[in-house]
Design a protein around this ligand. Structure first.
Ligand code: NAP
Ligand code: MG
Length: 412
């Protein structure tokens, strides 16, 4: 069988530690043997970021803007201990933060579901995709203690020389606390657009929740902007056969707990912080959670939601085998490949991505799993695979599903 021709490039970003090791195996065993693909390679490993004074991260982000689709390995966000471990010139910013800053995108998390792992919430039979507005509110607030009786006010002073306006927050009779927070129409609008792009891409209903009955101006602003942006894309929603639903946030959570899933839940910053962790543990394992950055103008960058799995990497460096789960990283690849196929209108590439995913799921459903899943599957797995064995198992399944001779046999 000939390799599948991939019409346009995908931006590939390499990373750190155990996920970098898995990355190379995934590419060698599951991607390159099957695809004739132009990968625009950026090494975002910490060493390279330090050598290039982080220029490489900026270049990668610009490449995603140019080509529209990227796939990224997990990377270290350096802290104090990494400064000495890697002898860094500077404590470089998180690559994900830098890329998101350049592309102005929203991150969505999506769990990978298999039949033999039941989510803790038994009604969830389809993935719940969650998107968090990662700007403003409590995360960019000014707060302070009020020591005793006194008045707290906020004043808006227009830049154009108009009259300042003052609002009283509270007249304190005694000590207390105060917080002043903000958001911008621009940021809310680009969040709404990214959520719409993602819902259309996945062809799933879009939910948005806020508390506009109580926060009649602040929360209502999100509701208004979402409604405006959805209205602009009405024809696309109809074509995709999906709906937009606004809920009061407390109703949204009540509905989500008894719903079957299969929707995109757009969350304001704090709600997203809280609910994304609830969903992640509700669905099972970090090793089974993917993440995608979607920009308001529809560029996509796929990755695993977990980090570089540092503890396993030190074992690997010690010469020990590890049982690190490569599934979320594999699904980052399949997400990017399917999107590339969709944009290029190459159904054979989309079919390959589907087949690779199916091969992974079938293997897990047959009880062939890494250590993190061994206790989660029903029936419990009595043994678990090393990462290498697991990836080799996927390769064999993939060959079977693609209906071709094992490549090794063909080569010899
Ligand atoms: P982590 O890499 O997510 O791993 C934390 C723990 O979760 C692991 O020790 C492991 O538990 C379990 N785990 C995560 N992914 C797994 C997988 N694929 N298979 C099996 N088990 C898995 O978080 P971390 O160790 O706190 O962070 C390491 C580095 O990752 C940090 O430098 C951080 O900056 C970076 N990070 C990067 C990203 C990103 O690039 N998107 C995201 C988060 C963190 P056990 O030890 O119990 O086996
Ligand atoms: Mg959180």
């Amino acid at each position: 069988m000939d390799k599948i021709q991939v019409k346009n490039p995908i931006v590939e970003m390499d990373g750190d530690e155990m996920t970098r090791v898995l990355w190379a195996w995934i590419k060698e065993k599951l991607i390159l043997p099957y695809l004739d693909i132009d990968l625009k390679y950026y090494d975002l490993g910490l060493k390279k970021r330090d050598e290039t004074e982080d220029r490489i991260t900026h270049e990668a982000a610009n490449a995603i803007a140019k080509y529209g689709v990227g796939v990224k390995c997990a990377t270290i966000t350096p802290d104090e201990s990494r400064m000495s471990e890697y002898d860094l010139h500077k404590q470089w910013r998180s690559p994900n933060g830098t890329i998101r800053g350049i592309l102005d995108g929203t991150v969505f998390r999506k769990p990978i579901m298999v039949k033999n792992i039941t989510p803790f919430v038994s009604s969830w039979t389809k993935p719940i995709v969650i998107g968090r507005h990662a700007y403003g509110d409590v995360y960019k607030a000014i707060d302070f203690k009020v020591p005793g009786a006194g008045k707290v006010e906020v004043t808006y002073t227009p830049e154009d020389g108009g009259e300042p306006v003052t609002y009283q927050i509270h007249e304190f009779k005694d000590s207390g606390v105060v917080m002043g927070m903000h958001n911008t129409d621009k940021s809310i609008r680009s969040f709404a657009r990214a959520c719409i792009a993602m819902a259309l891409s996945e062809k799933i209903n879009l939910w948005f929740g806020a508390k506009d009955t109580i926060s009649k101006v602040y929360h209502t602003r999100w509701k208004e902007i979402f409604a405006e942006e959805v209205e602009k894309r009405k024809a696309d929603f109809e074509a995709a056969g999906i709906d937009y639903e606004y809920y009061l946030i407390d109703n949204a959570i009540a509905q989500a707990m008894k719903y079957e899933g299969g929707m995109l839940w757009a969350c304001r910053n704090y709600d997203g912080d809280v609910f994304s962790d609830m969903l992640a543990s509700g669905f099972g394992s970090l090793g089974m959670m993917t993440s995608v950055l979607v920009t308001p103008d529809g560029k996509f960058e796929y990755e695993a939601a977990h980090g570089t799995v540092q503890r396993h990497y030190y074992q690997h460096l010690d010469g020990k085998t590890t049982s690190t789960n490569p599934v979320a990283s594999i699904f980052a690849w399949t997400g990017a490949l399917r999107k590339r196929g969709e944009l290029d209108e190459t159904p054979e590439l989309m079919h390959f991505a589907d087949t690779l995913e199916r091969s992974v799921l079938e293997l897990i459903e047959a009880g062939f799993v890494t250590k993190d899943l061994a206790a989660l599957v029903t029936p419990k797995a009595t043994e678990f695979q090393t990462s290498e064995n697991f990836i080799e198992g996927i390769r064999r399944k993939l060959e079977e599903n693609l209906g071709q001779q094992p490549l090794q046999a063909k080569a010899s």
